[in-house]
Design a protein around this ligand. Structure first.
Ligand code: IPE
Ligand code: IPE
Ligand code: MG
Length: 240
């Protein structure tokens, strides 16, 4: 029987190279990449995946040319605006993680409204990472935790792995079971470093705009064949 991961995190990579290979500008790749998100969400939910977390824009991506940063931001803004309708139609809860303080106010307000309006939907839980970097997330969490200690709201002795997790942007999410990165690179690029401690990794050469239901199923099949151990032994309870 197919073991379906509960939470899949995806580094959607390769938009630029995909567009170049077609003789098109990089931003065309971002447009087609954004268009691909809805179909993959639907396919994932139909397969039994309950949480999907996409890496859309990293803290390092600001170093790209201004015109590309602007194009990606405006695509994200219009995707999330449109997402109000999609969330309702597909009973989907939407969250955004990352340091949103760098986004403009209108964008931030739209995100807040979308999170608020979709919080009772109990279908797929979709999370989009925007201006997200795992190191940045941990530093922000650490600052908040330190403030709570200084204000007497938290005892140093009560700091545990669970407590630290509760200060991260992903506090309400389970850890991913499977990480997928499209387009051939085999690195994490500062994504969910803490949360991926025991996740299975799947890398594919397929660029994001070509990654559809069939490719997702292949990733889930590969996951299903893995032997997850969490540091223990294969037979549960065995100490041989
Ligand atoms: C992923 O595609 C989208 C973002 C990082 C925003 P890229 O833009 O990284 O495409 P490649 O990797 O250069 O082909
Ligand atoms: C990772 O992709 C970030 C996102 C997908 C948003 P990049 O294309 O930015 O990563 P690097 O630069 O190849 O490591
Ligand atoms: Mg890339």
């Amino acid at each position: 029987m197919l073991k379906v991961p509960n939470h899949v995190a995806i580094i959607l990579d390769g938009n630029g190279r995909w567009a170049k290979s077609k003789g098109m500008p990089r931003n065309y790749g971002h447009t087609m990449g954004a268009k691909n998100v809805e179909g993959v969400c639907r396919a994932a939910y139909d397969m039994g995946i309950r949480y999907l977390t996409f890496y859309a824009f990293s803290t390092e991506n600001w170093s790209r040319p201004d015109s590309e940063v602007e194009a990606i931001m405006s695509l994200l803004e219009s995707y999330l605006k449109n997402c109000q309708k999609i969330a309702k139609k597909n009973n989907m809860r939407v969250r955004v993680i990352g340091d949103l303080s760098r986004l403009d106010e209108k964008f931030r307000n739209n995100i807040k409204a979308l999170e608020e309006n979709s919080k009772t939907y109990d279908g797929l839980c979709l999370t989009i990472a925007i201006n997200y970097g795992s190191r940045d997330e941990m530093v922000r969490g650490m600052k908040k935790m330190t403030r709570d200690v200084l204000e007497g709201k938290l005892e140093v002795e009560d700091i545990s792995e669970e407590k630290f997790s509760s200060y991260l942007d992903t506090a309400e999410l389970p850890d991913p079971d499977l990480l997928i990165r499209t387009s051939g690179e085999m690195r994490l690029s500062n994504y969910l470093l803490w949360q991926l401690a025991y996740s299975e990794f799947y890398f594919t050469d397929t660029p994001w705009p070509d990654f559809h239901e069939k490719e997702l199923r292949q990733a889930v099949e590969a996951y299903s064949a893995r032997d997850r151990r969490y540091g223990g032994l294969k037979e549960e309870g065995s100490n041989v």
